[in-house]
Design a protein around this ligand. Structure first.
Ligand code: HEC
Length: 477
């Protein structure tokens, strides 16, 4: 059983689009491309960050090729056929499909001009500013007093299944959706060092109509981004959420239920520059509902109490000069060293981390005088302990058993250079934490890997736990 793919940690459920000099015409979605002055710092770095960072960065970059520095990128263009790969439709980079033409042309032009680092300001001044035009469609939300409210009940629970993400199928993935107040559920996904995101559905008032909205986002590839969706169609157990500003042409998420199965699909257009294409598909079964049931009793969920009002639709953020046309209810900011709270503020995000109630945090600090020295650490948060009362890891044929894997709620990975990590947006209540070092790099806890005995936690919002880890000392046998 292969569990995870590295790209998982590096992936947002909805990719970040690049957007620069172009005209967006809502009628036929034609994009007029106009190249502006290209330079590494001006635009090339951003294109590479948005499209390649997932895999070509970090400690073990794909193809052993790190594309996060100027020198490495120039080297890859010169000697690794980078321009061919980004234009090769049958074997593209990124693997999920060709980037938008504009970005590919920019990279070509950059190489032809011999890789300028900074933009030549004279040429910037002579570039004619193209006309920008975008008219968002009228969005008609579903009124949950009439239909659709049952979604909130159905979506709760611990879902386990496979996921298609960025052109790759990953056989094991999980979402843990539980109530966090009377009218909001939250499903967590936290990738660890490389990315941190979440998904929350809540009762909202959108232009005076009581409906359900989705907020999705977090930090990935050093960019903070959240996007908002609103429920616009309900039929036969299918619920469609569209971009709360740009509508279905910009991006959408559909959730459907059948028996005890849930399917969540997302399509995105890179902020309107392409027709929306499939970005993510999760197919899961409801394995456990006890934790969600407890949460719903605790918070008296579900009610139609409004969590957030958007009387005039979404407030539009200023995306800055680099992204002059706002096409989506998305709020973005380069992360750098800033805190989550600061980023939400700077991105003008209408719901920021401190507005989200009843989520717990755990501060981990790794001392690394144990076997974790020079190793990445996988953190497994689970419903049941992964080790037995003798302290042995529960395995089957040398691997974690499928049954135990299906107890896992969250599985971030911490880089070997990081000694502190904060787990955010955790659900309240009991869970277990187990640390594993994947010695043989097969992405699955199994024979020969190092581990610590499962630690029982009782998480409470407003009472952050601090855990010092210096006990990864055992070997799975
Ligand atoms: C989802 C992961 C993923 C993303 C995103 C991705 N790559 Fe790759 N890349 C790979 C893998 C895996 C390989 C090795 C297998 C192959 O060549 O197909 C690779 C190989 C390459 C190679 C060939 C290297 C060599 O020496 O053979 C180039 C060039 C490349 N990628 C460029 C890019 C660029 C440029 C981007 C962004 C525009 C990008 N990749 C995005 C996973 C990715």
């Amino acid at each position: 059983m292969k569990l995870l793919n590295k790209s998982l940690f590096y992936s947002l459920l909805f990719s970040i689009g690049t957007q620069s000099c172009k005209t967006i015409n809502t009628q036929d979605q034609d994009v007029e491309v106009q190249l502006s002055a290209v330079s590494y710092n001006g635009n090339i770095k951003q294109i590479i960050n948005n499209n390649c960072f997932y895999c070509h960065s970090g400690e073990t970059p794909s193809a052993g090729m790190d594309l996060t520095t100027y020198d490495n990128l120039v080297e890859a263009v010169k000697n690794r056929g980078l321009l061919n790969r980004i234009n090769n439709a049958s074997n593209p980079m990124p693997q999920s499909g060709l980037m938008m033409k504009e970005d590919r042309l920019k990279l070509k032009e950059w190489a032809e001009k011999n890789f300028p680092l900074e933009a030549n300001t004279n040429s910037i001044n002579t570039v004619k500013t193209p006309t920008m035009y975008y008219k968002a469609p009228e969005i008609t939300p579903i009124n949950i007093d009439n239909e659709g409210f049952d979604f909130m009940t159905k979506m709760q629970g611990h879902w386990v299944g496979d996921i298609f993400l960025l052109g790759q199928k990953i056989p094991w993935f999980t979402f843990d959706f539980r109530a966090i107040n009377t009218s909001q559920i939250h499903g967590l996904f936290e990738g660890g060092t490389m990315g941190n995101l979440f998904n929350t559905f809540f009762v909202a008032e959108y232009k005076g109509v009581k409906t359900i909205m989705l907020r999705n986002g977090g930090i990935l590839a050093d960019i903070y981004r959240t996007s908002y969706f609103v429920l616009t169609e309900v039929s036969n157990n299918e619920y469609l959420f569209v971009d709360a500003y740009g509508g279905k042409d910009i991006m959408w998420v559909k959730v459907s239920f059948k028996d005890n199965k849930m399917k969540m699909v997302s399509y995105t257009s890179r902020m309107g520059s392409n027709k929306p294409s499939k970005h993510m598909e999760f197919n899961g079964a409801l394995l456990h509902s006890d934790l969600a049931q407890k949460a719903s009793e605790k918070y008296n969920f579900p009610t139609k109490e409004v969590v957030k009002r958007f009387p005039n639709g979404m407030p539009l953020a200023d995306w800055g000069e680099q992204y002059p046309v706002v096409t989506s209810a998305s709020y973005m900011m380069q992360a750098g060293d800033k805190s989550y709270a600061e980023l939400g503020e700077l991105a003008q995000d209408p719901i920021q981390i401190n507005d989200i109630e009843n989520i717990a945090t755990v501060d981990l600090s790794f001392k690394r005088s144990d076997l974790s020295k020079d190793n990445k650490i996988s953190v497994y948060l689970s419903r049941e302990p992964l080790t037995d009362n003798k302290g042995n890891f529960k395995t089957e044929y040398g691997y974690i058993s499928e049954k135990m894997m299906n107890e896992v709620l969250l599985f971030p990975e911490i880089s070997k250079s990081q000694n502190d990590f904060q787990l955010t947006y955790l659900h309240e209540g009991k869970c277990y934490l187990t640390f594993v070092i994947d010695n043989n790099q097969d992405m699955t806890p199994g024979k020969g890997d190092y581990y610590s005995e499962s630690l029982a936690l009782d998480l409470k919002a407003g009472a952050p736990l601090k855990i010092e880890v210096d006990n990864i000392l055992k070997t799975i046998n």
